[in-house]
Write a protein that binds this ligand. Sequence first.
Ligand code: FES
Length: 338
Amino acid sequence: MEPEQPSPDTEQESLHTEPHLPPPTLWPIGFAIGIVVVLVGLIINPELISSIGGVIAIVFGFLWARDATAELRGEPLVIEPERRETREAGEGMTAPPADQQGVALPVVPDTAVTRSRFLEGATLGLGGVIGGVITVPVAGFALLPSFLSQKQHKVDLGPLDAFPLGEWFVATFTVDPAQGEVSRRTAFIRNNGTAPDPKTKKPVPSFTIISNRCAHLGCPVQANGPTGAILGKKTVTEHTKNGKVKLDPVVPAGYGCPCHGGQYDVEGNRTAGPPVRALDRYSFEIDNGRLILLSTYSVSHVVGTGADAKIYKYKQAGPGEHVDGPEQWLYPLQPPHH
Ligand code: FES
């Protein structure tokens, strides 16, 4: 007697009245909210808000991944199984006798990996690998420099005698001799004599050391005024641990940028054009009677001049970046600039 087969109508109905999709989940939404909080935090407060967003994204991402991989990990699913899959595995069907219609299909054990499971796992695994290959390097290059401390270079500019009191020099030097010319920098330097130390109140050497990198887009600004031969003075070359340091005498009335016409006064304050702040400055120290340049810092503006100047200093910012006022919040986390 022929086994009873379901009618096509009954089959269609049963296939479409059963739920074949996983139930809706809120984990992806929580994960997306976490990512948004991380990105907003990068603008507002990287340490606090981005950390909170990271925790949210990790928690919801974990719950999402746990749900998505429940079947692979052998956990019972909440959904009804799809009927077509059970028939593919031979369940509920009567296999023909081997001596009449060929070899009967082997019985598939429950623990075996079915084709659909294999494809699902392969898709998830391959998708994860491709996603990781694409996103990890991009995220690394974009974010890691912000969190890695970079080596601080000290630049020996020569003995203090090379900088007579009150005179300006255009100094050119290499920050890292091993890197060669790509690390060449220029600074405008004036020996201000001495100024009281903010803590001890004892007189300490005072220098004004201004970077020539424009605060608009980073072009090299030039001194507005006569230099070297025009002044009847010679350019001095000092031989230091950092290689040759050239000191070109100058009498600046200010500084000008050849790229877009940005102008600065002699203390580096912006006076005209597109720059958004004053010129950056170098911190320094005196070591064994020699002037040593340290790292750069950014300046919003300077009040006064020389040893009496009050400098509004900030952490080193990139060209075009505001360091004060509400505009500073428009700039996301920046990598260190030197
Ligand atoms: S780079 Fe200097 S004004 Fe634009």
